[in-house]
Design a protein around this ligand. Structure first.
Ligand SMILES: Nc1ncnc2c1ncn2[C@@H]1O[C@H](COP(=O)(O)OP(=O)(O)OP(=O)(O)O)[C@@H](O)[C@H]1O
Length: 213
């Protein structure tokens, strides 16, 4: 997907992006870093089509999108399993259902399938949100600091799960993180935003194949 000369302004004085262009290679994981408030969430929301730029264009080749927000955003009156099934037609879709169950197992959630969100820890809720984004095998996966707040072990497990799924289906992934180590462990490319309005101040291709999977 492509951002072409994108401008984002809030009010009269606040310019977050101006003439910002970025070309994402399909099938790659691109990690976006940058100080708090620089515009990472805004960029991801535009990539998902949730926000329109004030100027410029966004071209998206991918037709299906999965999103993991900074907070889990689960449906409160649906169980863990229902929250994940909600994104596909569970009736007669046994193949997807089986896939959902296998992802929930990989995410260590098998024992809470029938629990409701208020019964889960913050980390468990976030894992449900991650599985929900993965289950429909989207061509574009947008993840806004998805592993923030998870304990170190769970974080590593979820990162491994992301790489496992990415290796299988090669979606285009756009992932915002504050964690440089995470960015270089996961990304094929790491982009750092800086300045006002935000511009790309560092753009590196990584060659860390040995860390994958
Ligand atoms: N709806 C809005 N109205 C006004 N200003 C906004 C709005 N949404 C975001 N902003 C401003 O745009 C800037 C970029 O916000 P954004 O959430 O994209 O940053 P971020 O890099 O994701 O930050 P963080 O790392 O803290 O999540 C911030 O200065 C924020 O205050």
């Amino acid at each position: 997907m492509q951002f072409k000369q994108v401008t984002v302004k809030y009010g009269n004085h606040r310019t977050i992006f101006e003439d910002f262009s970025l070309d994402l290679t399909a099938g790659q994981i691109t990690c976006i870093m940058g100080a708090s408030g620089i515009g990472k969430t805004t960029l991801l929301r535009m990539a998902a089509g949730l926000e329109q730029p004030s100027g410029g264009m966004i071209h998206r080749m991918e037709t299906s999108i999965g999103i993991v927000f900074q907070e889990p955003r689960l449906l409160p009156f649906q169980t863990v399993l229902e929250n994940v099934q909600w994104v596909f037609d569970r009736e007669g879709n046994t193949e997807t259902n089986r896939y959902a169950l296998s992802l929930l197992e990989k995410a260590g959630l098998t024992h809470v399938l029938h629990d409701y969100p208020h019964q889960l820890s913050g980390g468990m809720k976030q894992r449900v949100a991650i599985v929900r984004a993965f289950v429909s095998s989207p061509q574009l996966l947008i993840m806004d600091e998805p592993f923030q707040g998870l304990d170190a072990w769970t974080k590593r497990e979820m990162q491994k799960l992301l790489l496992l799924l990415w290796n299988k289906e090669k979606p285009t992934v756009l992932l915002a993180t504050h964690d440089q180590e995470e960015a270089f462990a996961l990304g094929n490319r790491v982009i750092v935003l800086g300045g006002t309005p935000a511009a790309i101040i560092d753009d590196r291709s990584t060659d860390r194949e040995e860390l994958r999977g």
